[in-house]
Design a protein around this ligand. Structure first.
Ligand code: KIV
Ligand code: ZN
Length: 387
């Protein structure tokens, strides 16, 4: 039987940290309700101690969201945790996400501490958080560069202290997929109380591997993925929600499912892009403007014979407008005939041969041949053939 992978959306926290993406409370609440409708399991609503505005947003979201768990981020600091507890107090289901850096880079440079002191601070933070909710997630920041044996000790200690979810962030996006997957498998096999907690993937995209690492993490034993709409997040971003959801759906043989309604992926991508004023790159998987566009003659010919030759996802299944046949100087006769047909012109093979030569002349002068260019070509052709 397929197993559920929980989708933890952090668009409102890690995504909103992106310069220029800041949202006000009204915008955050609106987006949280849409994320809930999308079917995400956990919404990380913000970092309550970071500003009065973020506190208010988390608090308002906690009051209104009913089906998803509402989560607030904290450092492993008592005051942070108390403030998060206060912000989340009206939530139907609340989670506190607390943690501390565990790599030697963080232990030495950030905290000037020892490994043992970090374990003590980590377990203390989890205990403080448990005073506010039974659902406590611990993050081992920079786990991607933390030695596995020490990480296993940290994970065992925080689970013993009451953590119910343990997040293994690849904070710097450093890991290769097999390393990240092996890290999860190592924890599953070497932490004695691991059955008492869910392991979570939180991958950054500095090397373009965030999605691949998250999937490797799930194969290695994680059952939660932290991700954002359009892959927004610090620096090169986080794992893109739409990508992991569709990978698990398209590769059902992996044996996993999520509760996300895939038909809402494109509409929510556009909304996030609009309110955060952050354009989506056209070649972005699933939600980019070109994700279902075909422009080269070879691809267009195959696609027009059978969509499956060049599409692995039906665009309607992810709420996209539909497949597009784009005309460029690389397009072929079948695509040209198809586009003329869509405009109501019926040309035979001979007409298309003649029109194709004129089409190429136009196409060589522009990036894309548009409807108005086709109308002009058709009119010019009619004028010549009527004479
Ligand atoms: O990237 C990271 O390590 C984080 C933690 C705060 C979870 O965002
Ligand atoms: Zn992060």
């Amino acid at each position: 039987m397929a197993e559920q992978v929980y989708i933890f959306d952090t668009t409102l926290r890690d995504g909103e940290q992106v310069p220029g993406c800041k949202l006000n409370t009204k915008e955050k609440v609106g987006l949280a309700l849409k994320l809930e409708a999308l079917g995400v399991d956990i919404i990380e609503a913000g970092f309550p101690i970071s500003s009065p505005g973020d506190f208010e947003s988390v608090s308002e979201i906690a009051k209104l969201v009913k089906n998803a768990t509402v989560c607030g981020l904290t450092r492993a600091v008592q005051k942070d945790i108390e403030v998060a507890g206060e912000a989340l107090k009206h939530a139907k289901r609340s989670r506190i996400h607390t943690g501390i850096g565990t790599s030697d880079f963080h232990i030495k440079a950030k905290f000037n501490a020892t490994r043992e002191e970090i374990i003590a601070r980590a377990t203390q933070a989890v205990k403080w958080a448990r005073n506010f909710t039974d659902d406590v997630e611990f993050f081992a920041e920079d786990a991607g560069r933390t030695e596995n044996e020490y990480l296993a000790r940290v994970v065992e200690a925080v689970i013993a202290a009451g953590a119910t979810v343990v997040n293994i962030p690849d904070t710097t996006g450093y890991c290769l997929p097999h390393q990240y997957g092996e890290k999860m498998a190592f924890l599953r096999n070497n932490v004695s109380n691991i059955d008492k907690a869910v392991l979570s993937c939180h991958c950054h995209n500095d090397l373009g591997l965030a999605t691949a690492n998250s999937i490797a993490g799930v194969i290695g034993g994680a059952r939660q993925i932290e991700c954002t709409i359009n892959g927004l997040g610090e620096r090169a971003g986080n794992t893109a929600l739409e990508e992991v959801v569709m990978i698990l759906k398209q590769h059902a043989s992996l044996g996993f499912y999520t509760n996300v309604n895939a038909t809402m992926l494109n509409p929510i991508s556009r909304e996030v892009s609009d309110i955060m004023r952050m354009a989506v790159q056209p070649n972005k998987a699933i939600v980019g403007a070109n994700a279902f566009s075909h422009s080269s003659g070879i691809h267009q010919d195959g696609f027009l014979k059978s969509a499956e030759t060049y599409e692995i996802i039906n665009p309607e299944a992810v709420g996209a407008e539909g497949s597009k046949i784009v005309l460029t100087a690389r397009s072929g006769r079948s695509a040209l005939a198809y586009r003329f047909q869509k405009l109501g012109f019926q040309f035979d093979r001979n007409d298309i041969d003649i029109l194709y030569a004129s089409f190429l002349q136009v196409a060589d002068t522009k990036k894309e041949v548009m409807e108005e260019d086709l109308q002009a070509l058709a009119l010019a052709h009619a004028a010549v053939t009527v004479q």
